[in-house]
Ligand binder design. Structure first.
Ligand code: 2F8
Ligand code: CA
Length: 136
């Protein structure tokens, strides 16, 4: 069902790689309309799955800041582990270029792939939805 609509399964979650670019906020609204959220990245294997699927294209992920000076957080409420996540930024990022970069994307096909960019940019995006099985 989900797979036929383009969702990809990996370790208990389904992921949707959009084919239409949107602003970060519009992308999150789209994901929510599909019972999902912009993806969190909680492990190295998940990061590896995502950057390989991204295939060198830019995709929004569910990482944004509490206000322009705030801390990074995952929009799906996964706790953001600043120390464990440091290895996923492109070296030199996040740099808050022009003081206007408050949303993160996968920019490189590499474990070090995240960049912060303006949330108003229109990029492809990745939604993540937990795969729930009901007990027998
Ligand atoms: O050099 C890194 C720098 O490159 C661009 O700015 C010139 C990126 N801007 C966008 O992706 C919109 C910066 O985010 C990035 O840090
Ligand atoms: Ca940046």
């Amino acid at each position: 069902q989900m797979v036929s609509q383009g969702w990809k399964y990996f370790k208990e979650n389904f992921y949707y790689f959009s084919q239409v670019p949107k602003t970060w906020y519009s992308a999150q609204q789209f994901c929510m309309s599909r019972d999902s959220q912009l993806t969190s990245v909680a492990s190295e294997s998940e990061q590896e799955f995502l950057y390989k699927m991204a295939g060198g294209l830019f995709y929004w992920i569910g990482l944004t800041k509490t206000g322009s000076e705030g801390d990074w957080y995952w929009v799906d409420n996964t706790p953001f582990d600043k120390v464990q996540s440091a290895r996923f930024w492109i070296p030199g990022e996040p740099n808050n270029y022009g003081n206007n970069e408050h949303c993160a994307n996968i920019k490189m096909s590499s474990l070090q792939s995240w960049n912060d960019a303006s949330c108003d940019n229109k990029l492809l995006f990745i939604c993540k939805r937990p795969y729930i099985t009901s007990e027998p």
